[in-house]
Design a protein around this ligand. Structure first.
Ligand SMILES: NC(=O)c1ccc[n+]([C@@H]2O[C@H](COP(=O)([O-])OP(=O)(O)OC[C@H]3O[C@@H](n4cnc5c(N)ncnc54)[C@H](O)[C@@H]3O)[C@@H](O)[C@H]2O)c1
Length: 354
C-alpha cells in the first residue's frame, strides 16, 4: 500500500510543505477551489479540472520560452486573475519552468502550488524553486528562483509515464543520493528495488536528500552545484545527439562518463556500483543503442567546453571522489582532457549497446 509522507522546505522567502500521497492532486485542488490552473495540455480534459479556470501548456522544449510565458500572462489577465489569486501548476518540468516564471511575473508575483506529473519533477525539480527558460537556440538561458507555496506529489501520475521517463527520473534520484554520500546512495539502491510496488518512499527519500542541498545553498553557489553531477557530460551528449537522448538518460550516461573520465585521468575515483547502475538505467532507452552512430563528436566537445560552470582557471567538473561521493575539480582546458572526455562518452555508449 502506498504511504503518505510530508516534509517542509525552508527557502529565504518562506517555508513550504511537500505532500507525497496518492490523493495528492484532489486534496490540493479542493484546498484552493478558486485557484487558476496551468496544466500540461495532455491532462487538460481530466474531470478533476472541470469547471476551473484552466490554461494549458504544450510540454515540449519549443514551448519553454519567454513567448509562452507572455501568452500565459495575457491569458491570466483575460481569465480575470487579480493580485489576490493563486495558481496551481500541473505537469512535468516544462510546465513547472513556465509556470514558475509566470507566477513570479504576474502582477509582480502570485503564490503558486505545484503537482508534478513526471518522475523527474517528483524526485528532483519540484523543490528548489528554479525556473529555466530557453531563448533562441540556448537551453535554460533565462531563469529565476521563485519557490512554490506547496507541492503535492501524486504518484498515480506515474502509471501513464513511459519506461524511459521512469528511468530518467531514477537517474536524477541516483544523482541526488550519490552526491549526498555513500549511506544515501545505499539507501536509494534499496528503495529502488521496491520502487514499482511503492514509489512513494523513493520519492520522499530523494526530496528529503535534495532538501539538504537547497536549504544550505538556495541560490546555487556552493554545495548545490554538486547536483550538476553528470550534467556537463550528459547535457553535451543531449546536444550532440540532437536531443534524441532525453535529459534523464543523458544524466545516467553523464554520471558513467564522469566516473570513467575521473578514473582514467586521475582527477576522480572509480565506483563500479555507480557506473553499473547508471548504465542499467540508460539501457532502458532504445535510442541509446543508435546514439553512438549518431553522436557528433565535434558538437559534443563544443558543448562540453561551453558549459557555463567552467571558469578562466579551467574546466569545472563534478566527479566521483575516493569517499564514495562527489567533488568539484578543476582540470586544465587542454586537448588531452577534451579527448579524455570524448573517450569517456564513447565508452558509455559502447557499454549501453553491449
Ligand atoms: N527548473 C528545474 O529545477 C528543472 C530541473 C530539471 C529539469 N528541468 C526541465 O524539465 C524539463 C523536463 O521535464 P520532465 O522530464 O519532467 O518532462 P516534460 O515536462 O518535458 O514532459 C515530457 C513529456 O511527458 C509528458 N508527460 C508528463 N507527465 C506525464 C504522465 N504522467 N504520463 C504520461 N506523459 C506525461 C509531457 O506531456 C511531455 O510530452 C526540461 O526542460 C528540463 O530542462 C527543470
Amino acid at each position: 500500500m502506498s504511504e503518505h509522507f510530508n516534509l517542509t522546505v525552508r527557502s529565504s522567502s518562506h517555508e513550504y510543505g511537500v505532500d507525497v500521497a496518492a490523493d495528492g492532486l484532489e486534496v490540493l485542488l479542493a484546498s484552493q477551489p478558486d485557484a487558476l490552473l496551468i496544466v500540461d495540455q495532455r491532462f487538460v480534459a481530466e474531470p478533476a479540472f472541470a469547471g476551473r479556470r484552466t490554461l494549458s501548456v504544450v510540454a515540449d522544449e519549443e514551448h519553454k520560452t519567454l513567448a509562452e510565458v507572455g501568452r500565459l500572462l495575457v491569458e491570466l489577465r483575460e481569465a480575470g486573475a487579480g493580485r489576490s489569486d493563486r495558481l496551481i501548476a500541473v505537469g512535468g518540468g516544462v510546465v513547472q519552468d513556465v509556470a514558475t516564471l509566470t507566477a513570479q511575473l504576474y502582477m509582480r508575483g502570485l503564490p503558486w502550488s505545484y503537482a508534478p506529473t513526471t518522475l523527474l519533477a517528483m524526485v528532483d525539480s519540484c523543490i528548489g524553486g528554479k525556473s529555466s527558460i530557453n531563448a533562441g537556440s540556448f537551453k535554460n538561458l533565462v531563469g529565476s528562483f521563485y519557490p512554490p507555496t506547496s507541492v503535492a506529489v501524486d504518484p498515480r501520475f506515474l502509471k501513464t509515464l513511459p519506461e524511459v521517463a521512469i528511468a530518467g527520473g531514477l537517474a536524477e534520484a541516483t544523482k541526488i543520493a550519490y552526491c549526498r554520500g555513500p549511506q544515501e546512495f545505499e539507501r536509494y539502491l534499496k528503495l529502488e528495488e521496491g520502487f514499482e510496488a511503492d514509489p512513494s518512499q523513493l520519492i520522499y527519500h530523494s526530496l528529503d536528500t535534495k532538501r539538504w542541498f537547497i536549504e544550505i545553498d538556495e541560490f546555487d553557489t556552493g554545495p548545490r552545484l554538486f547536483l550538476n553531477f553528470g550534467h556537463t557530460f550528459g547535457h553535451a551528449l543531449e546536444v550532440a545527439t540532437d536531443f534524441r537522448i532525453s535529459h534523464g538518460i543523458g544524466i545516467a550516461l553523464g554520471m558513467f562518463a564522469a566516473e570513467q573520465f575521473g578514473s582514467k585521468t586521475g582527477y576522480g575515483a572509480s565506483d563500479a556500483r555507480l557506473s553499473g547502475h547508471a548504465i542499467a538505467l540508460a539501457r532502458v532507452d532504445p535510442e541509446c543503442s543508435n546514439a553512438g552512430s549518431r553522436l557528433d563528436i565535434r558538437a559534443f566537445e563544443a558543448a562540453f567546453l561551453a558549459d557555463k560552470k567552467h571558469g578562466p582557471d579551467g574546466l569545472h567538473l563534478i566527479l566521483p571522489d575516493a569517499a564514495g561521493s562527489v567533488a568539484e575539480v578543476v582540470v586544465p582546458r587542454t586537448d588531452a582532457m577534451v579527448a579524455a572526455a570524448s573517450e569517456a562518452v564513447d565508452s558509455a555508449l559502447a557499454m549501453v549497446v553491449r
